[in-house]
Ligand binder design. Sequence first.
Ligand SMILES: Cc1cc2nc3c(=O)[nH]c(=O)nc-3n(C[C@H](O)[C@H](O)[C@H](O)COP(=O)(O)OP(=O)(O)OC[C@H]3O[C@@H](n4cnc5c(N)ncnc54)[C@H](O)[C@@H]3O)c2cc1C
Length: 520
Amino acid sequence: MAIEKEITLTLADVVTGRLQLAVESALTGSQRLSVFRILRKSIDARGRTIKFNYKIQIYLEGEYVPPAIREREFSPLNADARRVIIVGAGPAGLFAALKCLELGMKPIIIERGKDVRSRRRDLVAIHREHSVNPNSNYCFGEGGAGTYSDGKLYTRSTKRGDVRSVLETLVQFGASEDILSDAHPHIGTNKLPGIIENLRKQILDAGGEVHFDTQLTDIIHDGTKVNSITLSNGDVLSADAYILATGHSARDIFQILYDRRILIEFKPFAVGVRAEHPQSLIDRVQYHCSPRPDPLPAASYSLVHQVGGVGVYSFCMCPGGIIAPCATEQEQIVTNGWSPSKRNNPYANSGIVVPVAWSEMGDFQRFGPLAGVHYQRAIERDCWLEGGSSQRAPAQRLVDFIERKKSVIVGETSYQPGVVATDLNGLLPEWVSSRLRGGFEAFGKKIRGYISEDATLVAPETRTSSPVRIPRHSEFLHHVQIANLYPCAEGAGYAGGIVSAAMDGERVATAVFLQITGSA
Ligand SMILES: Cc1cc2nc3c(=O)[nH]c(=O)nc-3n(C[C@H](O)[C@H](O)[C@H](O)COP(=O)(O)OP(=O)(O)OC[C@H]3O[C@@H](n4cnc5c(N)ncnc54)[C@H](O)[C@@H]3O)c2cc1C
């Protein structure tokens, strides 16, 4: 039986590689170390002395050492395997496909975007030529929205599935084992594409299908079940079940559902800006030292403050990261952030956002369940116009934003298409900007230096979550009206982030299996 121990090291201990020594000293008498594994690693930087806390699993000499992960196995499919169409190759679609294969069903993935390598060329075109391919960009393409991201893997949805199993699957397909033990695991933009590619190869090897450059363009149904779907290449496909895992930016999908009278609902979401600081500033505040010594990762922050009855909060913070141009159509600006695995860029950026509810939709309420889509789109287009009808984004120094004063110039930012100095107060809805100002003032008191000459805001951050919910049966997970249509993950309003989307994909695939085999 492996022994578990809690071990705390100082920064100096870590720098001098004392972990093994500390593990050996934790043994008693005749115990001899065979191997040890880190089960959990976290850094406590609250006090003056930084502590590295480890939970260690120790195997003694002569003991059986089990593998670090349970590898998933995929048997060949039977010729008469039930067919499941999965629309979208994001984390939800890919993990749904793996689960289908494990359950003996044939997944057929339909993806509007390109494979993960070809997709990269379209990202370069956004940066250099300000040209947005509506099917291949930071949100669309193999791997989905999370592919060129920070790859943060933490989730609050621990009750909705097996987080450990998702992490182990990522390790099986190429992620570092560190993600199994880090308190705040992340993968990084440079490593994610290889993992996605390996997942796809597995899906193909096990008998699944993956169709790139293929967009779902229509859903044919009789009010209770889908009969077929139409694709951009003219094909019409039928299957036993249809999983809709198209993400929060597939506005055409929301429109198709609305036009085809398949029930959708307005869902609250959040909008705001990306705030960027020198990483060295965040490191200095969080670690009380400068420069940051080597074993310490780029520091992050998580902030929330109530303003006028709503929580202004930080979202998707990217330490050592870059602000990314995430538009999915030509005439819009959308920001988000990514980081390489080493998080070694000189900037720290984070979304700072305000929730918007139905009551804030004002005139947009005339669009019914699509009100949020039109609200987002209006902000994104206003920002595009302000940026000179290009991918240059409106930006403002944080101090000017708080003082409601147009910035004449802004400092350097990581946003590569470039920025245009402006007053974001006039660009964002007043309800949003006034709350953001209140939030920033409070954050300035929580993190000394947060409001500084070096802090820049880049706008807008609009795609925090889906503005639409596609309602589904609480137990069987199919659409409330259409028995073989399965709304899945972020686009349907049931996940937020890579891990929770992957878990929802697996859950939905299991629900499909139970329904089509009559076990539900
Ligand atoms: C730049 C960026 C950074 C992010 N960073 C992180 C992070 O660090 N950690 C984290 O947890 N989350 C992060 N996210 C959010 C995360 O990516 C999403 O929560 C997650 O990808 C949602 O998974 P999904 O499978 O539900 O949808 P998506 O990943 O959005 O995938 C949907 C897929 O459906 C396809 N599709 C859409 N419409 C159609 C159609 N009509 N026909 C065929 N295919 C279609 C799209 O091309 C896309 O590939 C980030 C997002 C972005 C944009």
